[in-house]
Design a protein around this ligand. Structure first.
Ligand code: NAI
Length: 330
């Protein structure tokens, strides 16, 4: 099987090449360009493409791929909102993903961002480097004894529930399905109640058209004053303008963001010599906001697991095995 690997970085090559010796029938060509309608034709002659979270596997890109007889899209991510799944289905393409490479990697980043923002650790770090040992403006809040609201209690949300329990927090959960493994650890409530009662809110659900901007001005209005807000799920879940207003008004006391609506243009790129005029730069300018560039997945353990599962997915497809389970998007 020949795979064209889009949007390849050094760390992708390292983690996939480290596994490839165990998959003699797979050959990978890595390219820096990301998948889009413009670059889809580069996949001529390949059996599969491997794409990532900000790839553009839209209808047009998929149609071009299918035209070149590419039948398999290997998402090296858990989320698959980058793929137009109904179109992929119509075209008879198979889309496989990595459903659980390391839920703890994401949950640990989520609590890290929340703590950093709530305790102004990023500000303290910068001050001490400048020999400024003052504490003005760095007053934080305890998490112990407070209430955490976890939106989406699947694999990552469950890891976050366990972490928040460990911090001595009461944990509320909102999900369309309740996770039986969390019995005794979480109280399930409706979203409105979670928004009203939580001192810390962390998003861990997938993005669909139906829940785009689920955190909008109305939702933010319902939150407690000074809430710690964390998003490591998908930027599109949050109406960024409403979030900015919420931070300006003091309703949101601290925000930790690994994902944001405009990340597609900048994410995984070094834009340090570019003037970025966007909501991203507005968010970055706030003293109580800590942002990372979609790096929650980025641990050694997670990268090794992503590579292995993606290559297992490719092998199962190549061997004509019956594809079932959570790796199968369509
Ligand atoms: P999962 O499928 O195990 O859990 C998702 C949970 O969300 C499920 O329990 C589902 O019932 C629930 N859900 C679905 N729609 C919902 C809604 N409208 N409201 C509330 N809950 C809803 O997925 P997992 O592995 O926990 O990942 C969650 C999300 O985290 C992914 O979809 C992805 O967008 C994001 N993610 C972010 C990463 C990063 O690096 N920042 C890395 C990996 C995933």
């Amino acid at each position: 099987m020949k795979i064209l690997f889009y949007d390849a970085r050094d760390y992708d090559r390292d983690s996939f090449d480290a596994q490839l010796k165990n998959y003699p029938n797979i050959k990978i060509d890595y390219i820096e360009a990301d998948l889009s309608p413009v670059t889809a034709s580069l996949a001529r002659g390949y059996d599969a493409v491997c794409a990532f979270v900000n790839s553009d596997a839209s209808a047009m890109a998929l149609e071009i791929l299918r035209g070149f007889d590419v039948k398999l899209v290997l998402m090296r991510s858990a989320g698959f909102d980058a793929v137009n799944v109904p179109v992929a289905k119509d075209l008879g393409m198979t889309v496989l993903r990595v459903p659980a490479y390391s839920p703890e990697a994401i949950a640990e980043q989520a609590i890290g961002l929340g703590l950093c923002a709530a305790r102004r650790i990023h500000k303290g770090y910068a001050r001490v480097r400048e020999n400024d040992f003052s504490l003005q403006g760095l007053l934080g809040v305890n998490l112990h004894g407070k209430t955490a609201g976890i939106v989406g209690t699947g694999k990552i949300g469950a890891a976050m529930v366990r972490i928040c329990n460990g911090f001595g927090m009461k944990v509320l959960g909102y999900d369309v399905y309740q996770n039986p493994s969390l019995e005794g650890m979480v109280e399930y409530v409706e979203l409105d109640e979670l928004l009203r009662r939580s001192d810390l809110i962390s998003l861990h659900c997938p993005l669909f058209d139906s829940n785009r901007h689920m955190i909008n001005a109305d939702a933010i209005d319902k939150m407690k004053d000074g809430v710690v807000f964390i998003n490591t799920a998908r930027g599109g879940l949050v109406d960024t303008k409403a979030l900015i207003e919420g931070i300006r008004s003091g309703k949101i006391g601290a925000a930790g963001l690994d994902v944001y609506e405009e990340e597609g243009d900048n994410v995984f790129r070094n834009c340090s010599n570019t003037i970025i005029e966007s909501v991203t730069s507005t968010l970055c300018s706030f003293p109580n906001v800590v942002m990372t560039s979609h790096q929650a997945f980025f641990t050694k353990e997670a990268l090794a697991s992503i590579a292995k599962t993606t290559l297992d997915n490719a092998t199962a497809f190549a061997n004509g095995e019956e594809l079932t389970g959570p790796a199968v998007v369509c």
